[in-house]
Design a protein around this ligand. Sequence first.
Ligand code: 5RP
Length: 238
Amino acid sequence: MTTPQQAEQLKRQAAEAAVGYVRHGQIVGLGTGSTARHVVLALGEKVRAGLAIKGVPTSTETAELAKSQGIALLNHDEAWQIDVAIDGADQVDPQLNLIKGGGGALLREKIVAAAARQFIVVVDASKRVPVLGGTFPLPIEVAVFGWRSTERQIQAVSDAFGYGGTILLREKGGQPFKTEAGHYILDLHVARIDDPAGFEARLNAIPGVVETGLFVGRTDILIAGTQQGIEVRQAERR
Ligand code: 5RP
C-alpha cells in the first residue's frame, strides 16, 4: 500500500525523468495537476541553470507556477509547434490510453497533446489500470446551454455501448464547477470502458459535448514512478 507521501515521491521521480527528454530551444506543453506541477518545478530548475525553453500552459494555475519559476510562456493565439508536451493522467490502460480531466483542464490538455510532436505522460503506479473506468469517472466537458439534454444523450450513448452507469454534474463549493472555458463537466461513472476509441468518437459526435477526458492513441511515452523505480514505456504506434 502506497502512502500519499510515497505517491507524491513517485510522481516527482516520474516528472524529473520526463524533464530529461526536454532539449534546449524547445517549445514545451505544460500539463495540469499535482504530477505536472513537479514537471514545472523540475523544468524551472533547469531553466535557471541555463536551459532555454518556451512553455504552453494548459491552465491558469500552471501558467502562474511556470511564470514563478522563470519559464517563458507563449501566448494563446500564437501558432505554436510544440516539441514535447508532458502531462499527468487519472488512469492509464495497457495500451497507454488515458482518462484525464480530474483537474478540469482536459480541453486545453487535449489541444496541447494534439499539437505536440511528442506526448509524454507521467504518473505514479496507482494510475495504471487493466481497463479504463471503475475507480475513476470519465470527465466530459459540455456547453452550459442545454446541458441536461446533452447529459441525456451521453447516457443514451453509454447505454448503447453497454456501459450504463450514472452521470454527476461536477460541483465546487456547492455550485456547478466551471472550466476555464466556461463549460460544465459531467462525470460519467461506469465500471469499464472496453472500447475507448469508439466511445470517444461517439461522445464527441453529440452536439453540446465540447471534449471528453478519453485520450486514445495519443501517448508516445509513459513514465511511471513505481516502488521498484522508474518504468518507461514507448507506445507501439500512434
Ligand atoms: C487535469 C488532469 C491531470 O493530469 C490529472 O487529473 C492527474 O492529476 P494528478 O497528477 O494531480 O494526479 O487531467 O485535468
